[in-house]
Design a protein around this ligand. Structure first.
Ligand code: HEC
Length: 233
């Protein structure tokens, strides 16, 4: 070139080098984010619970504990609270709750139950109609926090309708024969779910409710009459 000063913006080498740096930096960032995410979503164990380590995806043995959904002021949304809270919305892992008459499921038993529940949810294709952790359809209520839906509670309509006096038994009864308990909303079909599968599916739903989803689905904690009932209004 004739010694004329060329602006850096029109220099090819500048853009080539920038492309290499940006690609290199993004690759490193993605690798770091991948490992960070894997750490965040790895499932906890009973040991974590014993050590009061709060995992985003807690141990399957959370089925032995009382599970609530409480506003966390610091985070600005509801978070699952397992086994009672410390007054600030953090899980205490102290208050137990019987699940089908027991609150002493071992790690192995709880893992096996959850595994069967997951397989059953896949075999019966719940996602065809429902949403689980953001995946699935919007035909039927979101199941991510279904365990916490007020309609299954003591004073809710489902225990009365199914004639059961615990949440888990009412849910299992409903799953095995949904048509028998009409809510005058859309009806869930009978999917031929066995007693064993129903118990496992309820364990799967209870565990799913304890996963910290950053407040997703939004506004779930404000549903007063239950997802199904609120929808019909
Ligand atoms: C063909 C569509 C369809 C499929 C498949 C389906 N459901 Fe449903 N489900 C519904 C509908 C519709 C409702 C609302 C029922 C009502 O209003 O009475 C419902 C309601 C529910 C509820 C109560 C929701 C709440 O807020 O508490 C639960 C729990 C549930 N289903 C679990 C399951 C599980 C677990 C599976 C897979 C094994 C499944 N469903 C498969 C259509 C479906």
């Amino acid at each position: 070139m004739s010694g004329k000063k060329v602006s850096v913006w029109t220099d090819n080498r500048f853009w080539q080098r920038s492309a290499v740096w940006v690609t290199g930096f993004s690759a490193l960032l993605l690798i770091w984010l991948t490992f960070d995410t894997m750490g965040q979503i790895s499932m906890g164990t009973q040991k974590d619970i014993d050590n009061h380590v709060i995992k985003r995806v807690p141990s399957a043995t959370v089925i032995n504990y009382k599970v609530e959904y409480k506003m966390n002021q610091r985070r600005g949304h509801e978070v699952p609270v397992i086994g009672g809270d410390d007054g600030k919305g953090n899980s205490l892992f102290k208050v137990k709750e019987k699940f089908f008459g027991r609150d002493d499921y071992s790690q192995q038993e709880a893992d096996a139950l959850l595994h069967l529940g997951k397989l059953a949810s896949q075999a019966k294709n719940c996602m065809d109609c429902h949403t689980l952790l953001g995946n699935g359809a919007y035909y039927a209520p979101d199941l991510t926090k279904a365990w916490l839906d007020p309609m299954w509670q003591k004073d809710g309509p489902m225990q009365a309708m199914t004639g059961k006096n615990t949440k888990e038994e009412a849910m299992a009864a409903f799953l095995m024969d949904p048509g028998k308990y009409p809510t005058h909303a859309r009806m869930m079909p009978n999917l031929g779910i066995t007693q064993k599968e129903a118990k496992a599916l309820v364990a799967f739903l209870k565990h799913m409710a304890t996963i910290d989803t950053n407040g997703f689905p939004r506004g779930f904690g404000k549903i007063k009459e239950g997802a199904v009932y609120a929808k019909t209004k």
